[in-house]
Write a protein that binds this ligand. Structure first.
Ligand code: URA
Length: 487
């Protein structure tokens, strides 16, 4: 751990590294207990600094610096920001906290606004790194390992390394960035110096896989260029194999959308007018800090959901999607690997089966709401792959909080439980799906729940004839749903 050095003449603090939090904390404590105001201290990152003793006397005996735990935690995040002024800024906050203990809760204070903006920027960068790191394989057999090049905006490699360890435990990998690198040999994590893009391997065959996946999940009818660029800012494109497709897909989106529209039924759904006139009440207040009046607000709250442990290994919360005035809600089990990366429900292989059958049943997916009983991907790492793992009863029950809120806000006429997990969440107990498939169960609150299988069940059947028969049965179920929607 680095020790900061204080130069008595100008109170210059030399920190060992850009993220030397321990060094900053020790120096800040010494400065503050010696009553040195922020304007008399300067901060510098100087990895080669001479390791002499501190330039200031230790904290005077009996003088205690009380620092709120919240400040320490927030400062640990701010230290990852790339603003060179952050060390002095944090010291100014610490200095002010001595006489303004409530400072952190004064949202209108310019320093607090700056603190929040910096926290958000670091959080966003952490999230982008989790979503956009792309490993390339080098070596074979015992020498196999994966290397990725990434250019974060802030100093987040160390912060994020644990996420990649948990996510890719079974692989040996290295993430190179301009400021630092993280290396996992299967047992030990090492943080090293920065690298250059040339140190990372060029394209491998997993790139083609990414491109195919991206092409397949790209829905031209849902294209919102601004929103897409917000989620996947252009600065990340140069290191994303799938990004080379984006300009072409955007350019061809209008034509592709027209083709999709031409394939759709031309008459509007009969419930359309009624749906337009509906008024959606506010949800129950529940926890005061977690109320939302609209689905986008709820989705936003869910982004930070830590109600169970599944958030830790998942890339992001995959919330429901669809119009807030939908007549029907389809509930699946949990996002899969591809949904976890895309942040959208049912976009992977099961989603493709689901979409195809909905289209045949003349149910317009854009007019229904699609969600999951559990909003984070649960999996077991196996090499580079993440193998789906079934959510347990506790996880289903915990995540029901979100599903109940979605139901409260949307107030659908009908809910379709796709498989046992969805049924368990919606009905509060396990039900035999194969026996009750096609039934409509009315809950105590009057909500009607249609029970059917999960579309991934069809994917898992190997025998072609059986697969087709099961697909046909699911199609019949969806036709029944269509009738119930219109009733
Ligand atoms: N399976 C689900 O249950 N939900 C998804 O979103 C994808 C696959």
């Amino acid at each position: 751990m680095a020790r900061a050095q204080l130069n008595l003449a100008d109170h210059l603090v030399r920190l060992e590294s850009e993220t030397d939090f321990a060094g900053w904390r020790d120096a800040a404590r010494q400065l503050a207990t010696n009553d040195i105001p922020p304007e008399d201290a300067a901060w510098q990152v100087d990895p080669g600094a001479d390791q002499g003793g501190s330039g200031l006397p230790d904290c005077p005996p009996g003088v205690r610096l009380a620092v709120p735990r919240e400040f320490v935690e927030r400062a640990e995040t701010i230290i990852c920001h790339c603003d060179p002024e952050r060390f002095g800024f944090l010291y100014r906050l610490l200095w002010r906290l001595r006489s303004e203990p409530k400072l952190l809760s004064i949202a209108s204070d310019p320093d607090i606004r700056r603190l929040e903006a910096m926290e958000k920027a670091v959080g966003r960068d952490i999230h982008k790194m989790q979503a956009f790191v792309r490993f390339r394989k080098i070596g074979e057999g015992a020498d196999e390992r994966y290397v990725a090049w990434f250019e974060p905006e802030h100093f987040i490699v160390e912060r994020n390394a644990d996420f990649f360890v948990r996510r890719f435990t079974g692989m040996r990998w290295t993430i190179l960035t301009p400021h630092a690198s993280a290396d996992w040999d299967g047992e030990r994590l090492a943080i090293g110096p920065g690298a250059s893009k040339r140190d990372a391997p060029a394209e491998d065959d997993t790139e083609a896989l990414w491109r195919t996946y991206f092409e397949n999940i790209f829905n031209p009818a849902r294209l919102k260029v601004k929103a897409m660029q917000k989620e996947m800012p252009k600065k990340y494109w140069r290191n994303l194999p799938e990004a080379s497709l984006i300009p072409g897909l955007i350019a061809g989106a209008d034509r592709a959308t027209s083709a999709m529209i031409a394939r759709m039924p031309t008459t509007p759904a009969p419930h359309h007018a009624k749906v337009q006139a509906k008024h959606w009440p506010k949800p129950d207040d529940g926890d005061e800090t977690e109320t939302a009046d609209t689905i986008p607000e709820l989705r936003n709250l869910a982004k930070g959901c830590h109600r169970c442990r599944l958030w830790r290994d998942a890339t992001q919360t995959v919330f429901g999607e669809g119009p807030e005035n939908a007549d029907v809600i389809f509930v699946g089990e949990q996002p899969g690997d591809q949904e976890d990366l895309a942040g959208k429900p049912f976009v992977g292989p099961a989603g493709k089966v689901f979409d195809g059958i909905l289209e045949e049943a003349e149910i317009d997916r854009r007019k229904v709401y699609v969600t999951n009983a559990v909003k984070h991907f649960k999996f077991e790492p196996r090499g580079k792959r993440r193998i789906h793992s079934k959510p347990n009863a506790g996880e289903i029950q915990t995540c029901r909080w979100w599903l109940d809120k979605e139901l409260d806000l949307i107030k659908p006429k009908l809910v379709v439980a796709l498989g046992a997990t969805a049924a368990q969440s919606l009905l509060g107990k396990a039900v035999p799906i194969t026996r009750m498939r096609g039934d409509v169960v009315e809950r105590d609150d009057g909500l009607r729940v249609f029970l059917t299988i999960h579309p991934s069940f069809i994917l898992r059947i190997r025998e072609q004839e059986e697969k087709e028969a099961e697909r046909e049965r699911f199609l019949q179920d969806m036709r029944k749903v269509k009738q119930l929607m219109a009733a």
